[in-house]
Every structure is written in C-alpha cells, then in structure tokens.
Design a protein around this ligand. Structure first.
Ligand code: GLY
Length: 401
C-alpha cells in the first residue's frame, strides 16, 4: 500500500473511533477467576502448565505443555493476575508452585528469545506482587541468559538460534522478540548490568529500522548477515506470506514499542507504536478481533485470532496513556475497549464450553497448529488488559465516560 492510500485510510480509522464500548472489568475478571477455579483441580503437576484446548475437543480441560515450551510462563502469569484481583492465598500458592517449577530451565543453555515470556510473565509478576528475593535472582539469571543471544554486529537478539541452520537464517529476529526486552529493561534497573539496558534499546532501534514496511505493517522475521550486520530478507514463519501482516505480530509490535517507550523515553518508539496501531486498526473487522492474517485468502471465513486482539488491547490501553493528543488517546482507548467488549461476549468467551477464558485464537496457521483454539497466551493478555482497564476505571474515571 502506498503512502497516499495510507493517508486516506488513517482518517477513516480515527473516524471509526467515535462509537463507545462498555466493559465491566470487575465482572469479566470475576469470570476469569471462576474459569481458573474450574481448571485448577485438573492441574496437578506444577511442571505442566496450560497450553491450549482445541475447538472440537471433547475434553473441556487444558492440554498442558512442559517447562521447555515457550508458553510455560503464561499459566503462572494468569494465576498471578488472578491473585492480584482476588488476593486469595490459595491462588497465590498455586501461582508460586507453577512459577517455581520453571526455574530449572535456567540451568540449560539459552536456546531462544522466549526466556522473556517464560520468566517475566511468571516470576516477573510474582516478584512484582510478593518481592520474593529468590524470584529476583532467577529473573536476573534469565536476563543474563537472554542477553547471550545478542549479536553486537547486527544489533539484535538472535530470536531462534535453532532456525539458523534449519532455515538457513544466519541471524534471525522476530517481531515477537520486542516483548522480551521488558525482562532486560527490568533487570538493568534491579541489580543487573547496565549493558542489558543498552542491548534492549539497541534491539528496539534496529527492529524499528528493519522490521517495518513503508505502511507500518510488520514482517514476522528479519534475517541478518552476521558478518556485515545487514538485513538480508524480510520473511514470514507464522503469517500467510512474506509480505502480509500477521495479526499477532502486529499486536506484539504495538505492545513492544509502547513498552520500549515507557522504559527509555525515546519518542521514536512511541511514534512507531502509534503507526503500528494505526495500521492494525485499518481494515480490522467490525468486532475488532482480527483475522489471523490481514491477507488470509478466505476472509471473511478465515479464522480469527483472539490472542492478537487481547495483546493489542493491553498494549493500546498503555499506549492511550502515553500519547499526548487527547483525540488520539481516546481513539486507542476506545479501540481497546471495543476489542475487550467483543472478547467478553458470548462469541469469544469460552464460558461453559471449556475452562479457558477465550475461544478463537490461532497459533500457527501455516503448520495447522492451534487453529481456532483456546490458547493460554490469549487468556494471559486478556486478564492483563482487564486489570489495566480496571486500574484506569479506578484512577481516571473521566477518561472512560
Ligand atoms: N511468539 C510466538 C507466537 O506468537 O506464536
């Protein structure tokens, strides 16, 4: 899409912000708590956290994965958020069990950027809520381990070392990796090396330069040359095509660059988050839950990705509080509320169909994995977004009239 078409579309996106969507955060958080209590009796092994429930599953309980899976931090993270809402000591005890079970991962060589998801969502929330010094130690170890994947010639973390040979991608960085910089920023402020801050900032700068197309859609993977540090290619792994916009990737960009702005104060990161958000809101379906990829050939019959909406909603709530223009702020907040209103409806909430919070996420469409399923990271960012909205409702009710 060229810039002129883009400029014509942006006013449309802003205009579409006019309508209002009401979400009762307390009511939806109580729903999340009730679902967790239906799931917990079946979650007997702390080293196995929730991962997914297929759309056609006869069993309404979670299928679990082990602590080496990239998603292992989300289930304990969900429990921590529920503890934050309920202050229930039994939920805290279970959050501790599932979080602590992940720690042995740190005894292995770092094998992907996912250490951020794994540790910051679990122990990071645990430390924030309890101040447990053991959690802090593990978080600092996780940050140091993640930093080993940074290549100073390229200026980014090698997201998937396993793909270097497998795919012939000598150094690859995926847009998802933006999320894991939060662990590095946190560590640099909490007793870790100041170099962790430099690594995270540099990664965000190089990603900002190479991961976006002219219209501010993101590509999933950028492949770099390890000798020259130059970009070799923009390709996809989980999206529809190398030049398409994979919805969850765009949501990671919104959230990740908003967080990078929060941690550094770099205005360019804020601008990038806004442009990524504007691009995602162009052509989003009426219910504000994107199809899994904006170029999926079978739209409007293509599967949705509720996880992309949940991640984007959480990121947009924060973004709405960072931009200074009240109209733009209102637009982002309204978009987030529309996403959360849809996700909280009969169509997207699992309710008595299974124990997850949400239906209709898409994990890895090209491989046929987790298509139209309940997936734990959708639930994680949904409950996080609800807590962010609740905080806003309580501290700044005037923004939510
Ligand atoms: N970070 C992997 C994914 O979003 O599917």
């Amino acid at each position: 899409m060229n810039r002129i078409v883009l400029l014509l579309l942006i006013p449309w996106a802003i205009a579409s912000c006019a309508a209002d969507a009401k979400v009762d955060a307390n009511k939806e958080l109580a729903y999340c708590d009730a679902q967790i209590r239906r799931a917990l009796p079946y979650m007997t092994d702390p080293a196995k956290g929730a991962r997914n429930i297929a759309a056609d599953a006869s069993d309404p309980q979670w299928r679990c994965s082990d602590i080496n899976d990239w998603t292992c931090g989300f289930w304990p993270g969900v429990l921590w958020y529920d503890y934050e809402f309920t202050h229930d000591e039994e939920i805290r005890r279970r959050a501790e069990q599932f979080s602590e079970a992940i720690i042995p991962v740190l005894d292995q060589k770092s094998h992907s950027h996912d250490l951020g998801f794994m540790f910051f969502c679990s122990l990071g929330n645990g430390y924030r809520l309890t101040g447990n010094p053991e959690y802090k130690k593990s978080l600092l170890r996780a940050a140091d381990s993640l930093a080993l994947l940074f290549n100073p010639v390229v200026g980014t973390i090698n997201s998937w070392p396993g793909m270097c040979d497998k795919k012939g991608w000598p150094h690859n960085t995926i847009i998802d990796n933006m999320m894991n910089l939060e662990l590095l920023f946190w560590a640099s402020k909490n007793g870790g090396s100041g170099k962790l801050y430099d690594i995270a900032k540099r990664h965000a700068e190089v990603t900002m330069k190479n991961q976006f197309r002219d219209d501010y859609s993101t590509c999933h993977v950028v492949v770099y040359d390890t000798i020259s540090g130059k970009r070799l290619a923009q390709v996809t792994h989980q999206g529809y095509a190398d030049d398409s916009m994979w919805s969850r990737g765009q949501a990671w960009a919104i959230y990740g660059f908003t967080m990078a702005f929060r941690e550094t104060g770099e205005k360019a990161f804020l601008d990038t988050a806004c442009k990524a958000a504007d691009r995602m809101l162009q052509g989003i379906p009426e219910d504000y839950v994107p199809y899994w990829d904006y170029s999926a050939p079978d739209i409007p019959d293509a599967p949705r990705d509720a996880s992309a909406a949940a991640i984007a909603a959480s990121g947009l709530i924060e973004l709405s509080q960072k931009v200074s223009d009240p109209e733009t702020s209102g637009c982002y907040l309204d978009a987030a509320r529309k996403m959360l209103a849809s996700l909280s409806s009969e169509k997207y909430q699992s309710r008595d169909r299974n124990v997850a919070f949400l239906l209709h996420s898409t994990g890895h469409y090209p491989e046929g994995g987790e298509v139209d399923a309940s997936i734990v990271y959708a639930d994680y960012y949904y409950i996080e977004a609800l807590l962010r909205l609740k905080a806003l409702q309580e501290s700044r009710p005037e923004t939510l009239k």
